[in-house]
Design a protein around this ligand. Structure first.
Ligand code: ATP
Ligand code: MG
Length: 385
């Protein structure tokens, strides 16, 4: 500020002595300075509006975007009314104009979603006022989300405790139902057919409840990985043995493609659960398809330095808006699904420091690829086993 003042003082002192060239230089110099200032003004992240009396002198691009101002002409507040889209905020600025300097957050309820703005009014000189506008909507949304995640985590801890408590009586019910069934088989007790049916239903539903609780506990609890150095191809072949009978029963053809890949550190039982969930989903997706092929491939991904396992189906596929939701806990499109399958899979892959990729075409099929990094496997071993 001081420097600028001295510059102008000098110019004013010498203005009578300046010839045509001197004046030209002076104007060029001022023009360049103005261009630089304009660039800085436009590059600011905040919206800036400068007013003199009740006229807007200038505003930068961010301010024009925030206000939805569709003109390059400025005038007094009333004259500019018709070019403004963000009425809520504009009215606040108009109201603040006659007030003291202020820095305050305002919430504006326009259409469906609320918008959050930080507005600062600062008097720079007698009549010259600067307004600073910051759109904080995205930041606020993130804060809400984080709060949400924290409360979900707290709820999960609480629910895990309850789930664990429920498991004990459930195991007892299961055990006693089995004892009754055994006693009936051995003719120790004679029961009417309808009562036997009730007992079967109790047994079936108890097993289902148990499975739901196990899934929930798996999804909610952190787990210390039990790593071992495994041949990934043998690992995949072993787990496929478990599903082959069901594939045959459902008339699903199995294609297997194995490349030579390095061994990797994995938690075998845990990763098995993740891959089985993907295979189970693939089988479900092909229930109504005329073409039923399950493809399982393995390879080494150079770029990621990871072993890759792909599970691809020729099922119903997933629409783009559905894909956003499939990893969410309890999201399911199935009548008897819990919607925890992919949540668990995702958690297991993440705990292996890996990633999961999806490609899907509605009506054609879906492919899930699981990447487990090799170098990080060694690092994971540093943790106590
Ligand atoms: N291979 C796939 N093809 C088509 N849709 C899929 C596939 N895998 C998952 N989905 C969709 O994602 C949803 C969520 O899957 P997820 O495994 O989490 O739960 P679920 O299979 O419905 O129930 P659960 O696995 O708990 O029995 C499914 O309901 C289905 O709509
Ligand atoms: Mg599933």
């Amino acid at each position: 500020m001081l420097e600028k003042d001295r510059f102008f003082e000098k110019v004013i002192d010498r203005i009578d002595h300046l010839d045509r060239n001197g004046l030209k230089n002076l104007i060029e110099n001022l023009q360049q300075k103005q261009r630089v200032l304009q660039l800085v003004f436009e590059a600011l992240d905040e919206g800036i509006i400068i007013t003199a009396e009740d006229r807007v002198v200038t505003m930068n691009n961010v301010a024009r975007i925030i206000l939805g101002y569709k003109s390059r002409q400025y005038g007094n507040f009333q004259e500019m009314d018709k070019y403004i889209a963000n009425w809520g905020l504009w009215n606040i600025l108009k109201f603040l104009h006659g007030e003291e300097d202020i820095r305050k957050e305002f919430t504006i309820h326009q259409q469906q979603e609320p918008k959050y703005y930080l507005v600062e009014k600062r008097t720079i000189e007698d009549n010259l006022v600067l307004y600073k506008l910051v759109d904080q909507t995205e930041k606020k949304k993130l804060q809400f989300q984080l709060k949400n995640i924290e409360s979900v985590a707290a709820l999960n801890t609480l629910a895990s405790g309850i789930a664990h408590e429920i498991k004990n009586p459930l195991t007892a019910i299961d055990l006693h139902t089995q004892l009754i069934q055994r006693a009936v088989q051995k003719n120790l007790v004679c029961l009417d057919e309808s009562i036997l049916q009730y007992i079967k239903t109790i047994s079936h539903e108890t097993k289902r409840l148990n499975q739901i609780l196990n899934d929930f506990l798996l999804a909610a609890r952190p787990r210390q990985l039990k790593l071992s150095f495994e041949d990934i191809n043998s690992f995949v072949q072993e787990l496929l043995l478990l599903v082959k009978p069901e594939l045959e029963e459902k008339n699903i053809a199995l294609r297997e493609e194995y490349q030579n890949i390095p061994k990797n550190f994995i938690d075998k039982d845990y990763l098995k659960q993740a891959i089985l969930n993907l295979i189970k989903n693939a089988m479900d997706a092909m229930e109504k398809s005329s073409l039923k092929i399950l493809t399982v491939r393995t390879w080494y991904d150079n770029g990621r330095d990871s072993t890759a396992i792909e599970i691809a189906d020729t099922g119903c596929g997933i629409s783009p808006d559905q894909i956003q939701k499939i990893f969410e806990p309890y999201y399911t499109t199935k009548e008897y699904g819990t919607g925890l399958g992919l949540t668990i899979t995702y958690k297991i892959i993440k705990e292996h420091q890996g990633e999961i990729q999806i490609q899907s075409k509605p009506g054609e099929g879906t492919s899930f690829t699981v990447y487990i990094p090799i170098h990080k496997g060694h690092k994971l071993l540093d943790r106590p086993l």
